[in-house]
Design a protein around this ligand. Structure first.
Ligand code: THU
Length: 165
């Protein structure tokens, strides 16, 4: 019996180190947080997906009184992208979030982005993985006000993933 090691090399950077195209994608993810419907968690998440034809599809978390019926920002964006751009590969996804909890009324949401990046939940990783397995790597840009992490693919966020049966 022997040990195997799984290694993921990710990039850490600040916003001003991003390329202009990546900065734009992050801006779109931040903008998308404004469309979040999150009266229960008050956690506003936005995702922006760069498509292979250059368009950007966004999504935000949509909650529901029947909690499990809601959907995360990442899957909202991915399903939006797939439904409106069938056959076009997703190349990158950027994710940003802020919380209204503790945010004084009237202060701009832009000052309330999470300092550390938030990372997609397991269900969103699995859903995104299916598009990646079909169309090629989707880079993941996790925005935090203090630092940004960049993963080379969805699979790198989901080792030993299930893709087919
Ligand atoms: N949420 C997302 O939209 N994306 C994530 O990566 C983590 C969590 C949402 C789900 C729910 O509406 C709220 O954030 C609190 O979990």
């Amino acid at each position: 019996m022997r040990d195997l090691t799984i290694t993921t090399i990710i990039k850490e950077c600040s916003e001003d180190e991003l390329s202009p195209a990546d900065r734009l994608l992050v801006e779109k993810a931040k903008d998308a947080t404004r469309t979040s419907y999150s009266p229960y968690s008050r956690f506003h998440v936005g995702a922006a997906i760069l498509m292979d034809d250059g368009t950007i599809c966004t999504g935000s978390n949509q909650e529901n009184a029947a909690y499990p019926s809601g959907l995360c920002a990442e899957r909202t964006a991915a399903f939006h992208a797939s439904a409106t751009h069938p056959g076009i590969a997703m190349k990158k996804i950027a994710i940003a979030a802020w919380t209204a909890a503790g945010k004084p009324e009237g202060l701009p949401y832009k000052d309330y982005f999470q300092k550390m990046p938030i990372s997609p939940c397991g269900g969103c990783r699995q859903a995104l993985l299916e598009y990646e397995a079909r169309d090629g790597d989707i880079e993941v840009i996790l925005y935090g006000a203090d630092k940004i992490y960049i993963f080379p693919s969805i699979a790198s966020l989901l080792p030993f993933c299930f893709t087919s049966f």
